[in-house]
Write a protein that binds this ligand. Structure first.
Ligand code: SAM
Length: 224
């Protein structure tokens, strides 16, 4: 049984793919996908000793060490682009900046054909800008609320014709701003209220911080 967040990630993993789950921790995702007969194989990467042991322990408990290779190392650097034949890389449950840093550091370790399924906890726009700048098309997106937080999933594919993204595409997501699911309305409705409240506070300050006011006004206009 997967959390809503990880289920939203799992839906974008193509049937019969070989995946790399980077920052796998408990390895819930590759274990669940393997149990559902969704994968041809999996690599679970971890860089921190504690989580790495947790990955190994869980994989062994499920007797899946033939199906899921657990590797210790930084980001996608655990991958060998000539031997591993990875079809899909998942990086979930980290900040957007960390996700893009991992991808940038490890570019040499990609075979160039992988679908990227990315689930930043914060700084989603950084992920979209990175994908756009590295010629990945954003082919799908999802948004789910769980335990008081709203998570976004962003799917990038190489090789497609990549249209430049607008500022609204970066902030809201090129797919999500078209489909506007309930949790999207919830996220941006809440954000709009918060920004309007902040703007009021800034305007009431003894010394009004003009630049900050302008930035918040711009954000409000975008959301509206
Ligand atoms: N991916 C799982 C999920 O979404 O439920 C676990 C998310 S957990 C919050 C983030 C994991 O990423 C941690 O276990 C951390 O050790 C790992 N991590 C952070 N930086 C990493 C890196 N550069 N390479 C590999 N793993 C990393």
């Amino acid at each position: 049984h997967l959390s809503k967040r990880l289920a939203a990630v799992a839906q974008f993993v193509p049937q019969d793919s070989i995946i790399a789950d980077i920052g796998s921790d408990h390895a819930y995702l590759p274990i669940w996908l393997t149990e559902q007969n969704r994968l041809k194989g999996a690599i679970a990467g971890e860089v921190v000793a504690g989580p790495f042991e947790s990955t190994q322990t869980h994989v062994n408990q499920w007797h899946l060490d033939q199906q899921i290779q657990v590797r210790l190392g930084d980001g996608v650097e655990v991958l060998d682009p000539t031997k591993d034949h990875v079809d899909c890389i998942v990086i979930a449950g980290m900040g957007g900046l960390l996700i893009t840093e991992i991808l940038t550091r490890g570019l040499d370790h990609l075979n160039g054909h992988e679908r990227l399924v990315l689930q930043p906890n914060i700084m989603e726009s950084t992920v979209r800008v990175w994908l756009n700048e590295h010629d990945y098309a954003i082919v799908d997106e999802a948004i789910v609320a769980e335990d008081g937080h709203i998570y976004e999933v962003i799917v990038g594919e190489p090789g497609a014709s990549v249209a430049p993204l607008s500022e609204s595409d970066h902030v809201f997501g090129p797919v999500l701003r078209q489909t506007q699911p309930n949790d999207f309305q919830l996220k941006w409705g809440t954000m709009l209220k918060k920004r309007r409240h902040l703007l009021q506070q800034l305007q009431n300050a003894q010394v009004v911080p003009i630049d900050k006011v302008k930035a918040v006004e711009h954000e409000i206009a975008l959301i509206e």
